[in-house]
Every structure is written in C-alpha cells, then in structure tokens.
Design a protein around this ligand. Structure first.
Ligand SMILES: Nc1ncnc2c1ncn2[C@@H]1O[C@H](COP(=O)(O)OP(=O)(O)OP(=O)(O)O)[C@@H](O)[C@H]1O
Ligand SMILES: [Mg+2]
Length: 292
C-alpha cells in the first residue's frame, strides 16, 4: 500500500513560448504509515506535485500509482480500452488540504462546509453528524458554538482550521497538506502538529509541504527536497537536518534546536552533535548539566 511517482514530469503551458518545466523525472514511493515532509524553494514544484498525486492535472510524462493502481490509466489508454481509474475511491482514500484552503469555503454554515466531502462520498447522515462534530472539536472548536456560523465571518486562521476539519472528517488513508501551519498561531500550530502525529501513529500516512524547519524536523521521519522541479534529496529527516552546510546551501533553514545546540557547542558545552529536535536538545542539556 503506497503512493508511487514513476518518472513524473509536468509542464505548464506546453507548446507555447511560456512553457515551464514544473517537475522533471520525479521518482519516489511513500509507504502506508509514513510521515513525510516536502521542502523546497518557492516555485520548485511542491504544489504541482500534490495536484498530480490527487489527479487534478495529468502528468506530461510518467504516472502516479496509488496502492499499486495507475490513477491516470483512463487518460493514457482511453481510446483503446476505455477503462477508467475509480476516482471516487480516490476521494475516500486521499484527503488534500490545499495551500490556501480558506479560499475553498463556500457553504452557508461551518457545519455544511465540513460535511460537504462526506455527502459527496454518500455517507449516512448520522455518521456525517458524528464525523463533523469530531473534526471540528479536534481542530479546537466548540461544535455547538461554531456549527451555524457562516465560514465567511471567521478569521483567516479559523477558516483554515475549518477547511482542515473538512478533510480530516473523511478519515483519509493518505493526508496531503500544503503549507497547513502558515497562518496558525504558535499554540494552534503545536496543537495541530501533535494531532498530525497522533493521526500518523493511528495509521494515517501524511505528506506535508512546509517551509517551517522546526515542524518538519520535529515531526517528520523522511524528507523530500525539491529544487527547480528536480527531486534533489529523499532521505531521513534527521540525516538531512544534521548536515547544516547542505541545508543552508539549499536555503532550507535549520531547526532552532539545532541552532541552539551549535551555539552551545561553540561556547564549550558538552552537547551532542546529532541534535535536530527539541527533545534531543533537552536530553542533551540535562546530561550536560548532570555531568558538570
Ligand atoms: N497555473 C499555472 N500556470 C503556469 N505556470 C504555473 C502555474 N502554477 C504554477 N506554475 C509555475 O510552476 C512552477 C511550480 O509552481 P508550484 O506552485 O508547484 O511551486 P511551489 O513549490 O508550490 O511554490 P510555493 O512554495 O510558492 O507554493 C513555478 O515556476 C510556477 O510559476
Ligand atoms: Mg505551493
């Protein structure tokens, strides 16, 4: 059970002088249960990759397999075989939170908005109510207070949380998040990252695009790095973040915990060289203080 990108390339404005190679020959397999980060400079192709994985755009070359099924097989073989990938099954399997999800809210109440995707997959009404309540509450809302409010009257961060609730309510096997924490305050951000960790521990596969080095290094186990449409790294997050020079040369940033550890090392503290996360820093500091 996995998501596989097989020799995927994508070009915008093909056949025009404005053609842009957004992705070139991308290959990876993400197995069920992984928590994967995706980083890279603005314009490197991250959002394009997500649109391909959920079948919104067709690759110029190569294909995407979800649970070993080619999601573009209709597109490629249409004339000869007329067989089709079941896109409805994709909707249940794969939840995607787009880069500016707050722009997608359109229903008259928050409750209807969160229920929208569930109605689309023909879930029974009683189950829909339970799911909507669950999703709004785990996103930090009081269900009774928020359910009848118009999404348009909410703040930017609240809209984002409602939009995320609408995707979580589906309980997808694969959750794709494009910059989900931008615009959330630090308390909500931590709460949300803990929630993702819990969902991942319960079996949800998560792919998260983010520029936030702290969240990526703290929570993801594997990191894909894109640069100008190429996949330039696919490795354990811990391994990539331990190479400060490489991370900085690709302008990806390093975690605050790593920065503090480096600063303390420079000042003569006996701190481990392999620190990336907050807990590692804390453990190393406690050991250093104890041995002093
Ligand atoms: N609809 C479009 N038409 C033409 N070119 C596009 C379109 N969408 C994106 N591009 C171009 O494709 C490239 C990849 O864009 P993409 O949105 O995937 O980048 P990104 O990594 O998500 O960037 P960001 O970090 O800013 O969100 C960029 O050069 C962008 O200008
Ligand atoms: Mg983007």
């Amino acid at each position: 059970m996995s998501i596989t990108a097989k020799n995927v390339s994508f070009q915008y404005e093909t056949g025009t002088p404005l053609a842009i190679d957004a992705l070139q020959n991308i290959n990876f397999t993400i197995k069920r249960g992984e928590f994967v980060g995706i980083m890279g400079h603005t314009g490197c192709g991250k959002s394009t990759l997500f649109q391909l994985i959920c079948g919104l755009i067709n690759p110029t070359n190569g294909t995407i397999l979800i649970d070993n099924e080619d999601i573009f097989k209709h597109h490629q073989s249409y004339r000869r075989h007329k067989y089709n990938y079941d896109r409805k099954s994709l909707r249940k399997k794969l939840g995607i939170v787009f880069q500016y999800p707050e722009n997608q809210l359109f229903e008259t109440t928050v409750e209807k908005d969160v229920a929208y995707g569930l109605k689309h997959i023909h879930m029974p009404a009683a189950e829909i109510n339970n799911r909507v309540q669950w999703a709004l509450e785990i996103m930090g809302f009081s269900y009774e207070t928020i359910r009848h409010i118009s999404p348009l009257s909410l703040s930017g961060g609240e809209k984002r949380r409602v939009a995320i609730a609408g995707i979580l309510a589906i309980h997808p096997d694969y959750l794709l998040l494009d910059e989900p924490i931008a615009g959330l305050d630090p308390v909500m951000r931590n709460h949300f990252m803990e929630l993702l960790q819990k969902l991942n521990q319960d079996g949800m596969t998560i792919l998260m695009i983010s520029h936030n080095a702290d969240c990526i290094s703290e929570y993801t186990k594997r990191l894909l790095v894109l640069e100008k449409g190429h996949l330039i790294a696919d490795d354990s997050t811990c391994h990539l973040f331990s190479d400060i020079d490489w991370m900085e040369s690709h302008q990806l940033g390093i975690s605050q915990s790593k920065l503090i550890a480096c600063e303390l090392q420079k000042r003569g503290w006996n701190i481990s060289k392999n620190i990336t996360t907050y807990n590692e820093l804390l453990n190393s500091l406690q050991a250093a203080i104890k041995n002093n």
